[in-house]
Structure formats: C-alpha cells, structure tokens
Design a protein around this ligand. Sequence first.
Ligand code: T4K
Length: 367
Amino acid sequence: MSIKKSIMVTRSSMPDFEEYMEEIKDIWDSHWLTNMGVKHKQLEAELLKYLDTPNITLFTNGHLALECIIAALNLTGEVITTPFTFASTTHAIVRNGLEPVFCDINQDDYTIDTTKLESLITEKTSAIIPVHVYGNVCNIREIERIANKYNLKVIYDAAHTFGITVDGIGIANFGDASMFSFHATKVFNTIEGGAVAFKDEKLSKILYDIKNFGITGPESVEYVGGNAKMNEFQAAMGICNLRHVDKEIEKRKAAVDRYVQRLNNINGIKLCKPQMGVKSNYAYFPVVFEEYMLNRDEIFEKLKNHDIIARKYFYPLVNSFECYKGKFNVEKTPIAKYIADRVLTLPLYADLELEDVDRICNIILDK
Ligand code: T4K
C-alpha cells in the first residue's frame, strides 16, 4: 500500500512556533531588528562554543560569508578549488576578481584530490578553497602540508559540515578559515545565514567591518565593504534551532542508517563510506548509480513519478556553467564529471520517516 505525499530532497528543521515567538518577543519590545543586536551577539557566543573554534563572525548567508573572508584575506591571482560543488564556491572567487583553477576530486569522498593539487600551483596561486562536500571531510592533513610548503591560504567551504568533528576536533579548526552555511536547507539553519570561523584573531575586526559597508567608526569608512549582516530574526531562529540540533542530527542518522541498510552492497549502486575518526552530521545522502539497471536520470524520473523529488547535487559541474562558457575545460576534471553525471542526493531530513526511506528504496530497487 503506498501513501501519497510529496517528499522533497530536504525539509527545514524548525523549532515549535511558540518557542520562536517567545524568542522574538524582546525584538518587538526593543525595536532593534538588525546591525549586530543582542540576539546576534548571543548566537555568535553560542556558536563559538558549539563549533569549538577560536573566532567566529556571523553573516546574512554563507555565500556572502565566503566572499567576505576571501576579501579579508586579500587574496590575489589564482585560487585552486573544485568544480563539484554548489555555484557559490566558484562565484565567490570570481566575484572577488580572482581566477578559479579547478582541481579534480577523488573517487571515494568527492573532495579535492590532493594528489593532483601540487601540479596546479603556479607563482600566481594565493589560496586553496577546498569543499567538504556533503559533509565528507577533505584530506585536511595533506592540504595543510601543501599550503605550508607553498605559503598558501586555505579557506574551507564548510557549508555542509556544521558540527562535524575529526578525531574529536571541531571542523572549524582546520585551515585559515571555514565558511558555514545556515541556509534553510542545512543541518542547522538561521532561515538564511552563515558564518566564518577563523584562526587569526586579527581578522575579527576586518570581517566585522567588511560586512558593514567598511564602516570603521562614526565618521570613517576604511574599506569598500558590503552589507552582509545577520538580522535579529535570523539569529533568534538560530538560537532556537541550536537547542535541538543534536537531536536533529540523531534523527538524520536513523534515516541514513536505514538507507545504508537497504542500499548497501547492491550491484551498480555506490554509497559514501563513513570516514575514519569523523563524527558525521548526516547532511546529505548521495548515491552514485554506475552500471545499475537504471541510470541516474531514470531513477530521478522514477522517483519524481511517485512525487519524490531527489536532487542532482551537484550537476551540472560548475566548470560547465553557461556563465563560464569557453573559460574552462571539463575534461580536465574527469572524476568530477563522472560523478556529476551519475550522482543523486536522496531525500534526507530529521523528520523523514523510516517508512518513507523504505518507500524510496523500494522504488529504486523496484520492489
Ligand atoms: N557552498 C556550498 C557547498 C553550498 O552547498 C552552499 C549552499 C553554499 C556554499 C552557499 O551557502 P548559502 O549562501 O546558501 O548559505 C539549496 C540552497 O539554497 C543552498 O543553500 C545550498 N547550498 C544548496 C545545496 O541547496 P536549491 O536551489 O537546491 O534550493 P531549493 O530552493 O530548491 O530547496 C531545496 C529543497 O529544500 C526544497 O525542495 C524543499 C526544501 N526547502 C527549501 C527552502 C528554500 C525547505 O524545506 N525550506 C525552505 O525554506 O539550493
């Protein structure tokens, strides 16, 4: 018997309505809606602790957070990154007037292939922006070794890695900085939102100023900054959601465990393996269909016919986007192309019922 209801790739985690109302009550009383108010400060302090990082600055979204940290680090010339990511990563580089150089990904976790990284470094390279895609952690030790050898900055696109630890160390502690996304579709959300966690305390003031038009005092504007401030309603949502995030991650784990139980060891279906020492946040459930009885697009359509909307994250590859037409050669990142052509991220969110996971798996397995 099939229950008909639409299932999207994800669904925002939200606190109870009353909890949020209670949290925003004092915003009403104070009439202070944005520009680094009380809620903003509170959430910043709570996230500093939760992510176990020395420094953090909040932003109105993850993309502007990334643009701002690139600007704050004064990067120049070329930046090495991967094309297997959301549009944001590359756009942030280009919108800062820098040249992205695409490194291929590895076949196991789809993060940057560190064996191919060094050959892409030139005298113009100033930084590496690797992506912890789907919450899979990059080869952080090797990236650190290469960055130190060539004196490069490292900014992690950690949009998918909220709350992840590696050997007990918070993911925000690697590289010079990490950008987190708190978008509605993420494990932890502030409706829209983001943050940069970083090592060098000196960046605090620059990041703060850059997200506020470069204003440094009542009568001074030292930088050509933008407006990327998180407002008080976003921060209030974050304060509420942070109270429940550990529970939400546990619920995601239950759904992932069920997917793995059903789809593991099926010929032609490839799943990501758990990474050694990594405490996951179960952000996404990517499945690669290689030589399966149906290809990725056929599975996508089949699920859609049952009102189940999986997503082709990340297809098309960034280096094949129309806006970059003629600039990059997709053939130079063959693994990324191979995975992008075959991957499907299945629905995953805290309230996804296990019977829905079963239904999705049954459709894929054709039972
Ligand atoms: N780097 C990486 C690696 C990223 O993945 C992202 C964002 C960024 C950087 C930039 O961070 P932000 O600036 O976004 O903070 C979504 C998100 O908009 C985007 O945040 C995310 N990555 C990307 C992977 O996914 P779309 O265009 O696929 O979203 P949309 O509107 O189709 O939503 C997907 C599903 O989520 C819907 O079918 C239902 C559910 N949903 C959506 C919204 C908007 C909800 O349940 N509630 C909602 O409010 O991009």
